[in-house]
Write a new protein. Structure first.
Length: 187
């Protein structure tokens, strides 16, 4: 059977988006310019291997292993790379997926959504709009009122408790700060 006939059979005569047949995402980062950039050497020094893998190589931590999966404290979740505020704890919910899940953003422009055709399926990748760090994926199966689910890797986040000083960022990565090393922290 020729490739064309097989493609026709699989698509049942419907048009197929050839974009889905490309290389898996994660094999090559898009060459997009982000408002905040950090040298690779700096990121390797201040991030744990898992934080680097998730944010820079579009990796995923194992389900139910992330530091913030079961976090119930009130506060703000920020990008581990640049410190941009992304989510608040009052928008977090237990999706049962094994990753921190949120049904809304602090600001609609804080995350960039991109089609992800890795692993032979279509998903929507979420990245920080300030620095381009991979955060996780977006799904439209969340709770009301938004029916959205931002499924985010703990390794891509820092958490700032509600009553902590605004300049303080847990672990590392505050925007404009010299970030302390977070390599000693277990995820």
């Amino acid at each position: 059977m020729s490739g064309f006939n097989l493609l026709h059979l699989v698509s049942q005569g419907q048009p197929v988006k050839l974009k889905a047949c490309g290389l898996p995402s994660g094999t090559c980062r898009r060459k997009k310019t982000w408002p905040k950039t950090f040298p690779e050497e700096e990121l390797r020094k201040r991030l744990t291997p898992m934080q680097y893998h998730v944010t820079q190589e579009k990796g995923t931590e194992s389900a139910f292993t992330g530091k913030y999966t079961d976090n119930k404290e009130e506060g703000t979740y920020q990008c581990v790379i640049c410190g941009a505020p992304l989510f608040t704890s009052d928008k977090k919910f237990d999706s049962g997926s094994g990753w921190p899940s949120f049904f809304d953003l602090i600001n609609k422009d804080s995350i960039t959504l991109t089609d992800d055709f890795s692993y032979g399926m279509h998903r929507v990748e979420t990245t920080c709009s300030q620095c381009g760090a991979h955060l996780g994926h977006f799904f439209d199966d969340g709770p009301r009122p938004t029916k959205k689910r931002y499924c985010i890797n703990s390794a891509s986040l820092n958490f700032r408790a509600k009553n902590s000083p605004s300049e303080e960022v847990e672990a590392s990565g505050g925007a404009g700060q010299s970030a302390p090393s977070s390599k000693n922290e277990e995820l």
